[in-house]
Design a binder for this molecule. Structure first.
Ligand code: DX5
Ligand code: ZN
Length: 216
């Protein structure tokens, strides 16, 4: 089943509770929360106190995407704030396995993200331990960027590895997902689609979500 994870990076930050309720009532499975630190990526966005406040007004699955250096310093705070899934970038860690175990021990599902320039080899040894791989389909840091089509081959190769080994791993894609690219990533094997600008700029969020889900 295809899951849709709208990114609140493109939401109106002065009305976040409403913006989250809007997408969950429109049928989104996850709320994708982009955490940026001004170091791993240029911008600074949302910290754990904001997630804790949102947790009080929403029962949705919070899919927290950490685009931060030293993510090991942030796990406790985001887990306590109410994150359901915590994804860190493989480019930011020396001891990925230890971090995976810590996230699980705190009761969260674990994802690992790869930039477009990062090889699948960097995470292959961890596939039996994690719940999700996030294939970045743009370079992280900004909403509204153009989809990088060379990532389709990476998605396809990862889908092959997951199927061949019967790993219980979701393949999430993030960046430049719209009506056209949704179809391509689903065909390549992705099953969780993040979309920010496409969903939040739509006049009808339900229709936008349905479009992405079916790839039609
Ligand atoms: C990019 C973020 C994405 C971004 C997606 O660094 O991780 O989640 O908000 O935005 P769109 O869908 O507009 O490319
Ligand atoms: Zn993201």
């Amino acid at each position: 089943m295809i899951k849709i994870a709208p990114s609140i990076l493109s939401a109106d930050f002065s009305h976040l509770a409403d913006e989250i309720n809007k997408i969950t009532s429109a049928g989104a499975e996850y709320v994708h929360i982009d955490v940026m630190d001004g170091s791993f990526v240029p911008n600074i966005t949302i910290g754990s106190p904001v997630v804790a406040s949102l947790r009080k007004v929403s029962k949705a699955v919070f899919d927290v995407h950490l685009m931060v250096d030293h993510p090991e310093t942030q796990i406790a705070a985001f887990a306590e704030a109410g994150a359901d899934i915590i994804t860190f970038h493989i480019e930011t860690v020396k001891h990925a396995h230890r971090l995976v175990e810590e996230i699980k021990a705190r009761g969260c599902k674990v994802g690992i993200a790869l930039n477009p320039g990062t090889s699948l080899f960097s995470i292959e040894e961890l596939l039996s331990d994690i719940d999700m791989v996030l294939i970045m389909t743009v370079d992280p840091g900004f909403g509204g960027q153009k989809f990088i089509s060379s990532t389709l081959d990476k998605i396809e190769r990862l889908r092959g590895i997951v199927e061949d080994n019967a790993f219980d791993v979701d393949i999430e894609v993030d960046g430049g997902i719209n009506a056209n690219t949704a179809k391509l990533v689903i065909e390549a094997g992705a099953n969780v689609l993040v979309a920010g600008s496409f969903i939040y700029s739509a006049t009808n969020a339900s229709a936008a979500i349905a479009t992405l889900r079916t790839g039609l």
